[in-house]
Design a protein. Sequence first.
Length: 147
Amino acid sequence: MTLTYPIVKNRSSLISSFKSWLKARNYTTLAIVNHISDINNFFDYVHDQSPDTSPYLPNIIANYIRSIQPDSNYRIQLSHLSKFFQFSLDQKLVTTNPFKEIFQPFDPPLDKILSEYSSYLSKKNYSHATIRNYLNDIRQFIDWSKS
């Protein structure tokens, strides 16, 4: 299944709809102004990257998030972005929330992690017995943490 991400052709209309969506959820005027300001900043960033780029592309969103991390209002901006993408999902502008795709926890299989760690220890010239003991200790710890 291929996901398509719409390009925003009428930014002001989209922002106006988002503003109405926030009003319908009883956000204060100040909160709405702050949300709109942050979303406009996001759209400016997207436009600066490429005018014909969709703001719904996960890699664009991830790059933007990295660009605002040093900002003291980082968490607030993330919250505002999250609301915007929830609005987009509610309005059926997208079929999945690209914001949530970015924050999916990375959970590689334990066997893969242990295999990579074993290779790392081998490259460091640890003995087979030491590697086996380390891996057993890790497995025991994980079993203990699950209980």
